[in-house]
Every structure is written in C-alpha cells, then in structure tokens.
Design a protein around this ligand. Structure first.
Ligand code: ZN
Length: 154
C-alpha cells in the first residue's frame, strides 16, 4: 500500500505544480465560480459544451494543493467527454469522497466503487482520511456540476 500512496502523492503534486487546462475561455463559454470558505479556495471554471460534449474547459483561481490538483485532474478527466459521462464522473468522485463517513456511521464495510473508472482521480481517495479537506477536493466537481446545469439550461 505504501507504494500506491507514494504514487498517489506524486500524481497530486504533479497536478498542483503543473496544472492542466489553466486559464479562462472567452465568451460564449459558460463561466462559473466556486468558493470553499472553510479553506479559502477559489475556482473559476469556463467551459464550452457543444452537442452534449464538453469540448473545452479551463480552470482559474487559487487555493490549497488539494483544491488545485483536484481541479486539474477534473479538467483532464472531463475534457472531451459527453455531458452524461461528466455527470457520471461527478457522482463516482463524490461517492469516493463520502464513502468513509457513511461507512463509519453505519459500522459497515465500504461499498466497493470502480476506482479504475476514475483513473488518476483515484489519487485523491486518500483525502477522505482528512475530513476537513474533503470540501477542497469536491469544490471543482460541485462547480463543474453547476456549469453543466447552466450549459443545459442555455
Ligand atoms: Zn483547500
């Protein structure tokens, strides 16, 4: 397990130091902002949806290493995917982030989730051990969900 944790730490640091899809898309891209007051993380996501596909998205803003690397990982995972696939990823990611809390309450074994479907995003699963950081990790995903809603409304 130590090797896997090391690998996950490398992935998170890599995305923090070299964030993917950094910047802002010009209009008519949809622009949404997310804020995590617990930590001070701020995110601006601009995205272009065409024919139910997230054809492009960019990330701006600043915050802690978890929020920034989660946003970078999210952008790499979602870009080029269909809106349905993006919603699926949001659901799976949030399930991964909430699984420990839920299982501890009920004293049950965590339900298995398909980590392979998450790819590099699985690197963030260690965050569930630090409940105060979970909102840092989910900020990008909640903000993305808001952007997808606005895209489908427009
Ligand atoms: Zn944070």
């Amino acid at each position: 397990m130590a090797d896997l944790e090391e690998l996950y730490r490398e992935i998170i640091l890599d995305h923090y130091r070299s964030p993917r899809n950094r910047g802002e898309l010009p209009p008519p891209a949809i622009r949404v902002e997310g804020f995590n007051p617990l930590c001070g993380d701020e995110l601006v996501i601009t995205l272009l949806v065409d024919h139910d596909t997230v054809v492009d998205l960019k990330i701006a803003g600043s915050g802690c290493s978890i929020s920034q690397s989660s946003a970078s990982l999210m952008s790499a995972a979602v870009k080029g995917k269909s809106v349905d696939e993006a919603h699926q990823l949001i659901a799976t990611f949030k399930q991964m982030m909430s699984i420990h809390e839920a299982s501890l309450d009920e004293g049950e074994e965590p339900k298995p989730i398909d980590l392979r479907s998450l790819g590099e995003l699985a690197a963030l699963q260690g965050v569930v051990k630090f409940p105060v950081r979970i909102k840092c990790a989910t900020l990008a995903w909640n903000t993305l969900a808001q952007g997808l809603d606005e895209a489908s409304a427009g």
